[in-house]
Every structure is written in C-alpha cells, then in structure tokens.
Unconditional design. Sequence first.
Length: 231
Amino acid sequence: MIKVASYNMRKSIGTDRRRRPERTLQVLCEIGADVVALQEADRRFGTRAAVMTSHLLLDHSPYKAIPFGTRATSMGWHGNALLVPKDAEIVDYEQIHLPALEPRGAVMADVRVNGQVVRFVGMHLDLSGLWRRRQAHAIIAHVQSSTHQHPTVLMGDLNDWTAGSGCLKDFAAHYCFAETGRSFHARRPVARLDRIMASPDLRFTAAGVHDSAASRTASDHLPIWATVERA
C-alpha cells in the first residue's frame, strides 16, 4: 500500500499573505505520504528558483525532489514537482510538454516504492476549459505511448470541478478517481479542484483532504491524499 498526496502550495504564500516554506513543509510532514505531487513549487519569474530549498528538504524532511528542472535552482518543471523518500529508487523520469497559451507542463516518474515500480504523474492544468481538455489528452496519450507500462497514479490541480464534463470526463474514461473531497478555498472549501487518479490495475483504499491549523493558512488550497494498492 502506498500513500500519495497532491498539494498546490501556492509558492508557500499562505492565506495570511506571508511566504513561509517551513510551514509548507510542516503540512507535508503532517500528511506523511510516500509520494507527493506539488504545484506552484517554484517562483514564477527570474530564475524560477525552488521555494523550498534542497537544504530545507534534506535537513527537515524525509523527501528528495526528482530533478525535472532545466534550471539548476528549480525544484520541478513549470512549478510541478514530485517528492519521494530519500531512499526511493528513481527508475526513470521526464517532463511532459503540454499545449498551452501560457507556460504549462506536467512531470512523470517511475519510482520503486515498497518493492514495486509505480508511475506518478503531477500536473497543473489551465484555467481555460478548452486548453484543459487539450492538456488532458496530451497527458493521457503520453502515458499510453510509453514503451514501458506501470501502474499509474496521476495527481494535481486540474482547475475543474464538473465531474461529468470537460477534462474530468476525459480522464475518467481511462482512470478512476479517489474521493478526496473539496480542497479550495482553504478557509472555506467549496470546490474539488485538486484530484488524484489511478489506472485500473490499482484501487484506492482511503482518501481525504488534509485539514489542519497549518494547512488552512499555508496555501489557498488544502492538500489531498489517498492510499492505493494493487487491484
């Protein structure tokens, strides 16, 4: 069984408008997931440096970041990052280029966790419904065209809350969704913008939203989590 989590960390800027990376890390440690997909993990401008430095992760967490970034100071790719245990074996990883009007991307990695290789995809989709569907199709096609196939978990901020249409309908044709709950806005959650999905060879055993004093102030999104095992 593997516990996964997805978190739009909003560059560690909380609802109090203060940037506190250590608070973000506190939330991640509260969740205790094996693998975490982060969105908005890097600063948007300049060198797009990681908000949580490698030093902070190394000294104060059980995680390491998979090195997707083309920039030396970045944690991920277009703000998307995957955190895995420090002793995890990273079998393969790559960036997924997405069609978009503004810079967007997704990340994919095959990681050996608890003795088995699982594929993880992290994403942050567009605000436009048309572009979200194009991006969903690109991600689905990319995963399906991979030479090696593995049980797959997809996570991220999909920016869509209408389950019967749009990109959620597109993903549902290939993957099952965890019943995580409403994650936005952190102070008063009304929307399920954040999602965790899995391929048919996996099944969810539990899922939810991590709601704590720290998570309600660390970002405008609450993190979501799920436990998954082979079907």
